[in-house]
Design a protein around this ligand. Sequence first.
Ligand code: ATP
Length: 213
Amino acid sequence: MTKIRISSLNKQMKKKSLLHDINYEFSGGKIYGLYGRNGSGKTMLLRAIAGLIMPSSGEISIDEKILHKDISFPSNISVIIENTSLLHQYDAYTNLKILSKIRKIATDGDITLAIKKVGLDPDSKMKVGKFSLGMKQRLSVAQAIFEKPDILLLDEPTNAIDEEGVLQVYQILKEEKERGALIILTSHHKQDLEALADEYIKMDNGGIVLDSK
Ligand SMILES: Nc1ncnc2c1ncn2[C@@H]1O[C@H](COP(=O)(O)OP(=O)(O)OP(=O)(O)O)[C@@H](O)[C@H]1O
């Protein structure tokens, strides 16, 4: 099972401390709920784990490999942070098909199944540019899971999705966890995470302030 270990992680930008002395261990087969108010550092922590920002001090290791030292990026990771990379000129199926050609992990069946799971139609020719915000977010979830990643980092993955869709996404994430994926998702509200999270992590001022395992 995948393991992520964060040790004494600090990130400063323009003399401001954005992440402060973070120590935590994450394991596969679990869902971690990261919550806290606006600007508390949730997205920044996900960015650091995804290898998108360089720590000022401390380190992050993934399966004993240190980020930016042993590896540049975690392998087999899916990340949904803010604007995801959907291609607006193509339909849902084509979006995933193009990505599948890069890593050659997923089959056409995996693509169709992932699109169906999020409640979209894999046969629809509607361009993603015409999708509502919620439909785009649903497709982002399909994009995140269709290659069966070991690590899923999701920044507020359901904030634009309707009630029925949110339940579908919860179900998908439970299945991903059962498969052994390590899932970290953020929300402003702890209650949003109660249906899903095995562990809650509260952030404030760039640090972890409460750890209720
Ligand atoms: N590129 C940057 N340079 C400097 N400071 C930044 C940069 N990006 C974000 N910040 C600051 O880092 C802090 C943490 O931001 P972050 O986006 O991680 O918060 P968050 O907990 O995800 O908030 P929200 O709930 O609003 O999404 C904020 O104070 C923000 O202003």
